[in-house]
Design a protein around this ligand. Structure first.
Ligand code: NAI
Length: 417
């Protein structure tokens, strides 16, 4: 991980890049909308999430925090949070998957009222273990994959609380997934491996918000881009955006770099690895390393060696090699130089999560998956524009009336200003 020069406060420089969260922090510290509530937070633990966790606490809550992934925890951030009042730690940087699961169980045993989650792991664990969940009033989820899991819980009748799908709100996925992951995944990958994007063939699996951001960034740096998809509409979109589109089996022998962004599993399989060029580089920017079928690659390989921090080289039976980045964990959050999304992007995501948390304790809804109310989504975008000193227009009265009209006479009327 990167050594930061920060004096006593590892979050100081990050706060400067998060003006929307900081403005909410000032308001929440006064109004304390979460006073009396115990909030369980699961997230990647690095400086941006540190700022967010502090803000939940400053809103009046007792905060129990843990990690959403055992590979991405930064020890100095955990130590900084752990030293503060009303922040209780259920994670350590050296925990493996099992130890983290045990720590999450301990967190849940404290019976949080509200969960702010990443990947829905904490909620899934609550329902799968014997900890009581009756006191839970809601959950706000920030990732695409996490929302899919909560929708699955709703579909099979498991979900007992209202869940706000923060990922699905425009101010989150249009910026965080597209620009945040798009920039940070490729930057971290190329810096760590010292490869060049220009002139390389970059294969992006999945052309959703994340895949679009990565493909756009790769092309802007001079890469030849290939997109693979399973959704005809997204495949067509990639084609119309000017990328080559083909099945992964056809793309396998053509790529220098492969990035998965699907949220699915085993997008790359042994036949694809066998077909790849010698020393092709594979990484994952989606949710878990199962996207790359890492276990299949391990089974296929005759040997494995670490050839640099964050890079494992697998030798295949025919003597060719595959370089795997960060063990298939998130390309922007794992590995020695990982800094995750830029703080300026996570500013809007965490602001949306904070407003979702306040919304959940202030409203009484049936169990189910809900979008963040539109006025809250827009409020975040408005604050972000203001922070960047960017102004937009308000519709005139006539424009508003025109938008709402449907009678032909009204539409054709000569409007007086
Ligand atoms: P999305 O749902 O907009 O896009 C996923 C795309 O992958 C869809 O178009 C789908 O048709 C396609 N896809 C699914 N299976 C496929 C397969 N086998 N081959 C090719 N394409 C396939 O989701 P979004 O928002 O783009 O997120 C993608 C993943 O990235 C999710 O797991 C999400 O949780 C994760 N994510 C990761 C971030 C990070 O920091 N690395 C940040 C934001 C999201």
């Amino acid at each position: 991980m990167v050594e930061r020069q920060h004096g006593d406060d590892p979050l100081a420089r990050t706060r400067e890049r998060m003006p929307v969260v900081e403005s909410l922090r000032a308001e929440f510290a006064e109004a304390e909308p979460l006073a009396g509530w115990t909030v369980g937070v699961a997230s990647h633990l690095e400086p941006k999430t540190g700022v967010y966790i502090e803000t939940v606490r400053d809103a009046g809550a007792r905060v129990l925090f843990t990690a959403s992934n055992h590979e991405t925890t930064q020890a100095d951030v955990v130590a900084h949070l752990d030293a503060q009042p009303r922040l209780e730690t259920f994670v350590a940087a050296d925990m493996d998957r099992e130890a983290l699961n045990a720590a999450r169980r301990d967190l849940l045993a404290n019976e949080p009222d509200l969960l702010l989650t990443d990947g829905a792991e904490l909620l899934a664990q609550a329902y799968e273990s014997d900890v009581p969940t009756e006191g839970l009033v809601g959950v706000a989820e920030q990732t695409t994959s996490g929302v899919h899991r909560i929708e699955a819980m709703a579909a099979d009748g498991t979900l007992t609380v209202p869940a706000v799908a923060v990922n699905h709100t425009p101010v989150k996925h249009r910026f965080d997934n597209v620009h945040g992951t798009g920039e940070s995944a490729l930057s971290n990958l190329m810096t760590t491996t010292n490869r060049v994007t220009a002139g390389s063939t970059v294969v992006v699996a999945g052309y959703g918000y994340v895949g679009r951001g990565i493909a756009r960034k790769a092309r802007s740096l001079g890469a030849k881009t290939i997109v693979t998809e399973i959704d005809p509409c997204e495949g067509l979109r990639a084609h119309m955006d000017g990328h080559r589109v083909m099945p992964i089996a056809e793309a396998a022998p053509l790529g220098d770099v492969f990035v998965t962004a699907t949220g699915s599993c085993r997008v790359l399989r042994p036949d694809h690895y066998r077909a790849m060029r010698d020393k092709a580089l594979v990484c994952n920017a989606g949710h878990r390393n199962v996207e790359l079928g890492v276990e299949l690659l391990r089974d296929l390989a005759v040997s494995q060696a670490d050839i640099g921090e964050g890079i494992a080289r697998f030798e295949l039976p025919d003597g060719d090699h595959i370089d795997l980045f960060a063990d298939g964990e998130l390309a922007n959050l794992a590995g020695p130089y990982a800094q995750g999304h830029p703080a300026a992007v996570m500013d809007t995501t965490f602001a949306a999560l904070l407003l979702a948390g306040r919304h959940l304790v202030e409203t009484d809804r049936d169990p189910g998956v809900y979008e963040l109310p539109d006025d809250l989504d827009r409020a975040v975008a408005k604050r972000k524009l203001a922070a960047h000193d960017v102004a937009i227009d308000d519709p005139t009265d006539i424009q508003s009336a025109y938008r709402d009209a449907w009678r032909r006479d009204d539409l054709l009327a000569e409007w007086d200003e």
